[in-house]
Design a binder for this molecule. Structure first.
Ligand code: ADP
Length: 420
């Protein structure tokens, strides 16, 4: 193994694994801290998917360190800490505390934080994160059910969560190429910084930043930050010829869409799917809590639908989400939906469903845990950052795991048609 990554949620891990596979690394995604005896075959890169974005910071740190320890023992020369391209976190973390802990473990004098993902409209300019043409704090992320983002200044956001002094490598430096960026890293260390936010507006920026990161033990960011890293290993003669994503086979069986994301893109995708005639069943935390909606009832409805692709969704607008959160609490409202969708997925698999399209990072984590999937092989890309995957091990299932804000409006049918 050359490159090891710790991702704070499942869809983020998939997005990163896809990026590394596309750039020519044999990549496997592992779900949860791996067992010591997990066979990784001839993988160049392993992405460990945790579900640590919104758990207590101390737990996120412990799990991330355990994953890093496993990656280091497996030979990883460089570690990526992958989080969302919208820097999803709370004032308590967990990006800062995990970054601090991994940096200490790797004895890295400096690390970077760069969530830019230009293909999906996330760019960083003067340390400020943009979501398309909006500042992050003006974007729909301000209403996220678990990690509302109200500040776009990442230097400030990270400094508040981290013990590190945080600096900035601005656009005008990045634009001058890898050598100038490396000099800026040296200067940041001299200035007493342990982390720097790095501006990036385009994939070209990400590639030159990647080049400048060849010797950095810990790199943190969105999946975009991995764009230029495989080339460093290739230049050093360590990476064998690209294997791509060949030999990808999707198991036969019925499919279902499970959408637990309330992000704007997912809500549009739900509307578009219904408008295209996809039969849909809406669930909500209050009805689940009162026992009005049960996993069994949802499964029965899905089985009764003749069309190939039923949709179950809890996606709701911010006012509905707040009402449920006021009644049940923020965490509990989320968990009750995740738990139900997990139960539904497990029951459906037992009944011969082998293709799952899941919307939402946390939701995908819940579904994959409920299905007991140990690792995923990466397949064809559906939309930027979202591939089909197939689980490793006995009884394989195909999973399209979508971060809430990813994908075009027709994502669900597009995903289905790619394997139908
Ligand atoms: P995203 O990728 O868009 O962030 P996630 O699945 O990570 O989506 O997070 C969405 C969270 O919101 C989950 O915990 C989910 O269970 C919760 N949730 C889903 N629907 C509702 C709802 N109607 N009300 C409150 N919370 C909800």
């Amino acid at each position: 193994m050359l490159l090891g990554a710790v991702a704070d949620d499942l869809t983020g891990a998939t997005d990163l694994a896809l990026m590394l596979a596309r750039e020519g690394m044999r990549t496997i995604q592992v779900v949860g801290v791996p067992d010591e005896d997990l066979d990784i075959g001839d993988a160049d890169a392993i992405v460990v998917a945790l579900k640590s974005r919104t758990i207590a910071a101390a737990d996120a740190v412990a799990q991330s360190l355990a994953a890093a320890e496993w990656l280091i023992a497996g030979g990883a020369e460089q570690i990526i800490f992958k989080y969302c391209s919208t820097f999803d976190s709370t004032p308590e973390g967990n990006i800062g505390p995990v970054l601090d802990a991994l940096q200490a473990r790797l004895a890295a004098p400096l690390t970077i934080a760069c969530p830019a993902f230009p293909a999906n409209g996330r760019s960083v300019y003067q340390g400020h994160l943009f979501f398309g043409d909006m500042l992050l704090s003006d974007s729909p992320m301000k209403d996220h059910p678990l990690t509302p983002m109200s500040d776009s200044n990442l230097v400030r956001v990270l400094a508040a969560q981290s013990r590190s002094s945080v600096g900035l490598v601005p656009f005008k430096t990045v634009d001058r190429g890898a050598a100038v960026i490396r000099a800026a890293f040296d200067k940041a260390i001299d200035d007493g910084h342990r982390a720097v936010i790095v501006d990036a507006l385009t994939d070209s920026h990400l590639r030159v930043i990647g080049e400048a990161l060849a010797d950095m033990r810990l790199v943190t960011g969105g999946s975009g930050i991995a764009l230029g890293l495989p080339e460093n290993f290739r230049k050093a003669g360590k990476l064998r010829a690209a294997s791509g994503t060949a030999a990808f086979q999707v198991p036969a069986g019925r499919g279902v869409v499970l959408a637990g994301s309330c992000s704007a893109a997912t809500r549009r995708q739900v509307v578009a799917a219904i408008a295209s005639g996809v039969p849909a069943y809406k669930i909500d935390p209050l009805s689940i809590a009162s026992g009005k909606i049960t996993a069994q009832a949802v499964v029965e409805w899905i089985r009764s639908v003749p069309e190939p692709l039923p949709l179950v969704y809890s996606s709701a607008d911010p006012s509905e989400v707040s009402a449920a959160q006021e009644a049940l609490g923020r965490q509990a409202a989320g968990e009750i939906v995740e738990e139900l969708l997990g139960l539904v997925a497990a029951e459906l698999r037992a009944q011969g469903f082998h293709r799952f399209i899941v919307a939402g990072g946390e939701t995908s984590g819940a579904v994959v845990n409920a299905l007991g999937v140990p690792a995923l092989r990466i397949g064809p890309e559906i939309d930027p950052g979202v591939p089909w995957t197939v689980s490793v091990g006995s009884q394989p299932v195909a999973l399209a795991l979508k971060s809430g804000n990813f994908g075009a409006d027709d994502f669900f049918l597009k995903a289905w048609n790619l394997v139908a």
